[in-house]
Design a protein around this ligand. Structure first.
Ligand code: ADP
Length: 430
């Protein structure tokens, strides 16, 4: 403003000086010329400013006279605001990325319980599509009646468990509703399918163990009660020894179950074995010696063993797997059956331990379940031969510990072939 007044004053002074020298008309003319020039310059500056306004992100034009003082603070403020907005955007983006990375699903709803936002995990849990479902009521999206009942409560102190069907997959979801801000709601979803499965497995396992131990325990206590209630000396020595034999049998069965359970739990809690070089031929020969005793000369054994092939692993685990497959073959093969035990290098460099028998075989529908704990095709036969129903579960774990694969081929009534195939990386040739 001062500058403008000073310029007008300067032109007025020049006009007056010129007027006293060349006459008043020339003086007024010069003054008018000065004012016109000032207006033109000012118009030019305004047009540069209006151009800048259209591209306000760029610095303001330089030398725009009195406008310099106005534009500089505006531009400074604009720049500061822009930096604040950038920072805010960065923070919001960070929060959104964190919300997307959450292992739990997150869904936000407005006061009318309509979907406003959800993360990727929630989309997967409930089968949501944010683009098409935004603005729709959550009751139309999540149609489980338990959820409707839960959402209509006044408070939500604990989550609700929902079983939903998503892409032909049944999943169990723990859903927690929480109010936030003013009439906004947050739904957190957690996939607990695996946890539920584990819990069921745990309960089944406890039930199975109790059941398995209860049978021999009932037999044992039955005999003990009979002996206790009988007057002394009323049993013949043969009867007494028969009773004791049967009791011992049951006690051994319980011992075997507990020992197998401990082996399984050790296998499950220990990491995969790297181990040392194990001479498998020696292990197999030891198992065969014990197997022949168990067979009592009732079976024909064929051996096909590569004496130079060793593997790296845990000797005690491998010994148990080797003997499990062999004793099964003996127990499930009738008299005069043939049992072929092989240990060899396959064409692709893997090492294979296999036990083939001409025994009772297994129906195809039972094969996938054989490695489940306590699964037996014929409960009676397994018990009668001292089986615990845990042998193949242990063998499968041993195989897994050695990055090996347990394969089962069998035909009902024709015999079975059980193999453990160790990867080439574990083989050692002597
Ligand atoms: P078990 O102690 O009952 O033998 P396993 O886990 O070793 O337990 O085996 C599970 C079931 O698999 C057995 O009960 C039996 O029905 C079946 N099975 C295992 N090996 C053989 C085999 N060589 N021939 C036929 N059936 C077998």
């Amino acid at each position: 403003m001062l500058k403008t007044l000073f310029s007008i004053g300067l032109w007025a002074l020049l006009g007056w000086l010129c007027g006293t020298w060349l006459g008043p008309n020339t003086g007024w003319g010069l003054f008018a010329f000065g004012l016109t020039a000032m207006i033109l310059v000012s118009g030019l500056q305004l047009s540069r400013i209006s151009k800048w306004v259209k591209n306000i992100d760029a610095p303001p034009p330089p030398s725009v006279g009195p406008w310099d003082e106005v534009l500089a603070p505006i531009y400074r403020k604009l720049r500061k605001n822009r930096q604040d907005i950038d920072l805010l955007n960065k923070n919001v983006n960070g929060i959104m990325l964190a919300a997307e990375a959450l292992p739990d699903g997150a869904i936000t709803l407005n006061a009318a319980m309509q979907l406003t936002w959800c993360n990727q995990t929630a989309s997967e849990h409930i089968g949501l599509n944010l683009e098409t479902d935004r603005g729709h009521s959550i009751f139309n999206i999540l149609r489980a009646p338990e959820f409707a009942r839960y959402a209509r409560q006044r408070t939500w102190p604990s989550p609700v468990l929902l079983h939903v069907q998503n892409d032909d997959r049944a999943i169990s979801l723990l859903v927690q509703l929480t109010p936030y801000s003013l009439d906004q709601f947050l739904i957190v979803t957690r996939d607990v399918t695996q946890v539920e499965k584990l819990e069921t497995t745990r309960q089944d396992f406890i039930a199975n163990v109790s059941h398995e131990l209860r049978t021999p325990l009932t037999v044992l206590s039955g005999f003990l009660e009979t002996l206790h209630d009988m007057p002394a000396g009323s049993l013949s020595p043969e009867q007494e020894s028969r009773y004791l034999e049967l009791m011992l049998e049951q006690a051994h069965l319980m011992q075997a179950i507990v020992a197998d359970l401990l082996t399984l739990s050790t296998l499950e809690s220990s990491p995969a074995a790297s181990g040392t070089t194990v001479n498998m031929a020696d292990l197999i020969c030891t198992a065969l010696t014990q197997g022949r005793v168990l067979s009592g000369g009732q079976h024909v054994f064929i051996e096909n063993i590569n004496q130079d092939l060793c593997i790296t692993g845990m000797e005690s685990e491998l010994a148990s797997a080797v003997s499990n497959l062999l004793t099964n073959a003996i127990r499930y093969t009738p008299k005069d059956g043939i049992i072929t035990v092989s240990w060899y290098l396959t064409e692709n460099g893997n090492a294979c331990y296999s036990v083939q028998d001409t025994g009772i075989g297994i129906a195809s529908q039972d094969i996938p379940r054989l490695t489940e704990r306590f699964y037996r095709v014929d409960r009676g036969r397994s018990r009668a031969t001292g089986g615990t129903g845990l042998g193949l579960a242990i063998t499968k774990h041993v195989a897994m510990h050695h990055n090996a694969e347990l394969t089962i081929q069998s035909r009902y009534g024709a015999g079975s072939l059980f193999s453990i195939i160790f990867p080439a990386s574990r083989t050692v040739s002597q």
